[in-house]
Design a protein around this ligand. Structure first.
Ligand SMILES: [Zn+2]
Length: 296
């Protein structure tokens, strides 16, 4: 470290700053370098010096907690084949995806405001995807027509199972049955079969697609059992509607119709559902809504 760098950031251009605690004292800190962390199942890195040691510590601790819960959910035969890399990319920017798993199986996260989930609101969802990386490659899946529906629906279902208090998209800690039930009642629910057929709606209609698919998986879980969910999510043959109907013993159109009735009944049984739904909409009601006949 040179003597020059050892001076205050403010000196000598604005000497008065030397008197102010806000200047950070007489010694400028070393130029920051990205920090990293490793644990039993994760390597945390950062593309910027902006992710702090405290964020690394919190993130990797949360990730290990999620790992254990997700491992319990999916079972020992569906564990990742190796450690999961998580890359912290600094503040959210609208020109890039804020949370995703890349083609190497690495999780990328951006930092939102604390009241929008901060860095780790989407961590359990993305870790659920990363868990499936080994599975994707074993079966070379991806061309399946409804793969996107199952991949994204299962990831958010898992996230809601293991960390329902998460403050991130799409529920932000609000009750799933209220958020999705109100969507259904006010007529904003995209039909399940439309989402299975048209995964290109995933992102433009994300305020509908993510909550709806997670709720469908919850319904299948509570009605047909965890084994049925895992048989769909980790299928070794193409998950056609006929294949899913064969697993559940019910035609898929009937499963969708039964989900609708199930969710309406659950919503109706929540005493303050309308007030909670309005609180959610007061925060997020201005987000884009896809319409039948217009967007699909
Ligand atoms: Zn996802």
């Amino acid at each position: 470290m040179s003597a020059f760098i050892g001076r205050s950031r403010c000196w000598p251009a604005v000497p008065v700053c030397l008197l102010l605690a806000a200047c950070g004292g007489p010694t400028e800190p070393e130029p920051a370098t990205p920090v990293s962390r490793s644990s039993a199942h994760f390597d945390f890195e950062s593309t910027t010096a902006d992710a702090t040691a405290a964020e690394m510590d919190l993130g990797i601790s949360l990730a290990e907690t999620h790992y254990e819960a997700i491992a319990n959910l999916v079972g020992a035969n569906h564990l990742p084949g190796r450690k999961i890399k998580v890359i912290l990319e600094g503040p959210f920017r609208p020109d890039r995806s804020a949370g995703f798993v890349d083609d190497q199986g690495n999780v990328h996260l951006s930092r939102y405001r604390d009241d929008l989930g901060g860095y780790f609101g989407s961590l359990p969802h993305e870790v659920a995807h990363a868990f499936r990386y080994t599975y994707w490659h074993r079966f070379n899946i991806g061309p399946w027509e409804n793969f996107g529906f199952i991949e994204e629906g299962f990831a958010e279902f898992v996230a809601q199972q293991v960390y329902p208090e998460k403050g991130g998209f799409p529920f932000y800690g609000y009750p799933e049955d209220v958020v999705v039930g109100h969507m259904l009642i006010r007529g904003d629910a995209i039909p399940m079969q439309v989402m299975r057929d048209r995964h290109e709606l995933n992102t433009p209609c994300q305020w509908q697609t993510y909550p709806l698919r997670a709720s469908w998986f919850r319904y299948v879980d509570e009605t047909y059992g965890r084994a049925a969910v895992l048989a769909i999510a980790y299928a070794e043959v193409e998950t056609t509607n006929e294949m899913i109907a064969g697993l559940l013993g019910v035609a898929i159109a009937q499963v969708d119709a039964d989900w609708d009735l199930w969710l309406r009944a659950r919503y109706a049984a929540i005493p303050n559902a309308e007030a909670v739904a309005q609180a959610y909409l007061a925060r997020f009601g201005d987000e884009p809504t896809c319409r039948a006949g217009v967007d699909y």
